[in-house]
Design a binder for this molecule. Sequence first.
Ligand code: ATP
Length: 297
Amino acid sequence: LMQLFRPLDLLGMVYRTICQGLVDMDAMFKLIDTKQEVVDKPGAKPLQVSDGTVRFENVVFNYDDDRKILHGLDFEVPADGTLAIVGPSGAGKSTIARLLFRFYDPQDGRILIDGQDIAEVTQHSLRGAIGIVPQDSVLFNDSIGYNIGYGREGATQAEIEEAARGAALDGFIAKLPDGYDTQVGERGLKLSGGEKQRVAIARTLLKNPPILILDEATSALDSRTEDEIQATLAKISERRTTLIIAHRLSTITHADEIIVLNEGRIAERGSHRQLLVKRGLYADMWKRQAEDQREKA
Ligand code: ATP
C-alpha cells in the first residue's frame, strides 16, 4: 500500500512546493498531469490587456477555514507603475502574488486587470499576460537554450540569444562547453542562484508580458551579483506594470507605492520618502537594514 501512496505523496509535495515558489504552474501541470484547483468559468473570455492596471478590491483570502490570511486588501498598481510589498515573514506577501496569478480565488472581493475580474477570464490568457521572476526557478534537465526558450513556445534561436543578452547571460553561456546546448538541471550543470534567476529573467523577456511579478529571493546573493540583477530587473520592469515582493528595501526606493503588510493587513503605505517621514514600521525596517549593511561593511 505504501508503494501506492508514496508517489501520490510526492505529487502533493511537488504541487505544494510549486504553489509556494511561484514557479510556472502550467509547465508543472504538463509535467505531472494533474488537475488545477481553479478552473475557467463556462464561457470565460480571454483577458484583454489595454494598459495593464491591476486592482485588488477588498480581497479576503484564507487557505484553510480556520485562519484568515488577507483581511480585505485594497490597492492599485498603476499601468506601467511599480508597487512594492514588504513586511515580516508570513505577512501574506507571496499570497498576493499567487492570487494575481490565480493559483487560488479569493473568498471575497475581486482582482481586476484593466477592469476585468480575473476570475471571469480564461486562465490561459491571464497567465500569458503575467511574467513571474520567482525566488527560485526550476530548471528542466535539458539544454540551457531549451530552458530559456521555454519562456515562449516556438522561440527561434536568435530570439533565445537576444533574451540571454537582455538578462546578461550571454557571457556566461559563451564560456560553457557546448554553449546553448549545454545540459543543465539536476542531471547536468548546476547553476548558481544568480544564474538561475537570470534564466528566469531571460524567459520573461521572451514572454514579454505587460504585467510582471518579481519575487525577490530571501537568500542574499553576493552584493555584486545582486546589484547586476537589480539593474537588469529595473530595465525589464520599465514600461510594465510591476508588483515586487521585496526583502531588501534598498531595491524598492523608486516604487510608486510601497505597502507594508502585517498579518494580512496594510499597516502603512506611501512612497519611500513618505514612509520614512512617518517614522513607523517602514522607517524602523529601513534603519535596521542600514545598520546591518554597516555591520557587514
Ligand atoms: P515570506 O516573506 O516568509 O515569504 P510571506 O509574507 O510571503 O512570507 P505567505 O507565503 O504569503 O507569506 O504566507 C502567509 C501565511 O499563509 C503564512 O502564515 C503561511 O503559513 C500561510 N500559508 C502559505 N501557504 C499556505 C498553504 N498552501 N496552505 C496553508 N497556509 C499557507
